[in-house]
Structures are given as structure tokens and as C-alpha cells.
Design a binder for this molecule. Sequence first.
Ligand SMILES: *[C@@H]1O[C@H](CO)[C@@H](O)[C@H](O)[C@H]1NC(C)=O
Ligand SMILES: *[C@@H]1O[C@H](CO)[C@@H](O)[C@H](O)[C@H]1NC(C)=O
Ligand SMILES: *[C@@H]1O[C@H](CO)[C@@H](O)[C@H](O)[C@H]1NC(C)=O
Length: 313
Amino acid sequence: VITCDGSVQHLSCDTGLINVMSAIYGRTDKRICTTGRPFSEIQNTACVLKIPIISARCNGLRQCEFKTDTLGSPDPCNGTDKYYNTTYNCIKDVSVTCEDGYSTLDCGNDVIQIINANYGRTDSTTCSHGLPDTILADTNCYASGTLSIVATKCNGKSSCTVQASNTTFKDPCFGTSKYLTVSHHCLPHPVRNDFLFPIHSIHFKKSNALQSRSTIFGAGVLNIHNANYGRTDSTACSTGRPSSQTSKTDCYATNTLTEVTNRCEGKSSCVVPATNSVFSDPCYGTYKYLSIKYSCVVAITDSDAHTDRGLHT
Ligand SMILES: *[C@@H]1O[C@H](CO)[C@@H](O)[C@H](O)[C@H]1NC(C)=O
Ligand SMILES: *[C@@H]1O[C@H](CO)[C@@H](O)[C@H](O)[C@H]1NC(C)=O
Ligand SMILES: *[C@@H]1O[C@H](CO)[C@@H](O)[C@H](O)[C@H]1NC(C)=O
């Protein structure tokens, strides 16, 4: 959705919940929002400011509306007329569980990643059948911390069950009948193996240094499970190598996990050179490789956990 500067932006999902992919203030197109604008103000199409507050406000809601004029600061391109360009999708994997029910999420062979969750009430129709209007009237009810509680119970598991009750979450609106909404993705099993091209000889170290790096990244932040620089089987990274360099399979650099953790844990991406200078040489004469087992976990910060609508990045 594109909104000219100063107008109201409206996001909505007929089914599912809003999940903002990108929210940009600026100008990347000459043809949009041009009415009555002088040519000089629409020429610059390289003006981009990301507006993270839009996903913070809108993710997980069915609809979301805001006046744009106060959001785009600092001005990314003075003198250019700008507009708001928000790209979002509607996540349909939303489960709704009425108060005191149990919500079970199941990803089969994959693992759960929670996108957003709220225990409370945000409309008067969900979970309302047969209930008096008086306990449905508060539609601005959010239990802060829902996202972090549900994410802690479910992220990385293939299935999980959460009770929609005020013992799981603190009662955010006493006297109102509540429900739990949870949106989630199913991700491939998160433990990945990353094999790096090795360096076996000091002579090649300089020329190969750039190729022998691994860049690992993904959604969320890195959680390092295990790592080894050395050789534990004879087939990995063996192409074109004489068997004398690949037959030793009990080669471990004991500082690998510490080194990789220091460089990568909790970051969204990192670079680790697979070199003797980083890990020292655990088996001279053997062609080595760096193997890292890691997963990508959603980062939940304190401020997210205490935001009513659960900022999720
Ligand atoms: C709006 O943003 C999307 C995603 O970044 C981009 O593909 C599209 O070209 C942009 N549209 C305009 C008119 O700037
Ligand atoms: C923006 O440009 C106008 C006119 O060119 C100038 O008066 C104003 O001080 C500028 N504002 C900023 C923040 O640079
Ligand atoms: C928790 O929920 C139950 C069932 O709806 C209700 O009876 C009870 O009063 C609630 N407790 C608090 C502290 O809100």
C-alpha cells in the first residue's frame, strides 16, 4: 500500500493477520504521488528511510491505521516529495482459542516459529457466542508478554500446547472474556550443517583466505550448537585430495566452539575464516574443514516482551 505524505495509511487483512515485510518512507518511483508536485520534487528516486514502527504497531492485527505525517523523521531527502510504501502479507496460520481452552500448534517434521500472539480481546465477535455484551465490550485488551511466553514454549519445537488462561498469562482485563490468538510459521528443522572449504597448507593461506570463509545467516539470531575445525570423516571436502590428507578422521581443534560462539552467537550473521590462524592446526598434514551446527532463533528482547502488540523483528 502506498500513501502520499501526510495522508492516513490503512492496512487490513480479510483473513489472517498483518505481517509487514517492508515499510519505507521516501521516493523510489517518479510516477507515484506526483499530483501538483513540481518536477524538481519528484526527480530524486533514491530516497529510502525504513520505518520499523509500522511493523511494531501493525503486525499481528487484522487491521491497522495511522496518520503518516509524524513517522518519517529524520527527513531522508529534504526537497524531495516523499510517500509511504508498506508491503505486507496476511498470515493465515492463525489459531484462536477461547479462554480456558488449549491451543495446540503442530508443524509435523518442521519446527514452530511464533510470529505474534495475544491473550486478551481485540474485537467483540471472536469467542462471543452466548456471552453477555458486558464481558465483550473491552476490545483493547492485550496481555503484555504473550508473545514471549508463547515463543518460549513453542519456538524450535515440532508441536506445543498452550492454555489460553489467566494463569498462563496475567489477566490483562479482569471481567472481560478473553481469547488467545497465535500466528506461526513452520520452518524446516533448524539444525543446519555448514561445511567450509578448508585451508590445509600455510602456503595457500593468503590466496585462499577469502574463499575459506563462511557467512551464515537466517531469520532471527544465530544459536551455535556445535562446531569443529579439523576432520571427522573422510568424504567431506575431499575432492581432489590424496587420501593421505583425508584419512585422519579424529581431528578436533578444541577451541572451535568457543571461537565460533564468540564471533556468531546472538548475531544475525557472522563470518568465520576456516584457517589455522583462527583455530591453530590440530592435525598437521590433514586437509581440514570447519563444520558448524547452528539454528536461527527468534530474538525476544525485553522491550518486545513488554509491548502490548508484541514487536517482532
Ligand atoms: C514499494 O516497495 C516495494 C518493496 O520494497 C517495491 O518492490 C516497490 O517497487 C515499491 N513501490 C514504489 C512505487 O516505490
Ligand atoms: C530543507 O530545505 C529547505 C529549503 O531548501 C531549508 O530551508 C531547510 O532548512 C532544510 N531543512 C533541513 C532539515 O535541512
Ligand atoms: C482467571 O480466570 C478465571 C476463569 O475465567 C476467573 O474465574 C478468575 O477470576 C480469573 N482470575 C483473575 C485473577 O483474573
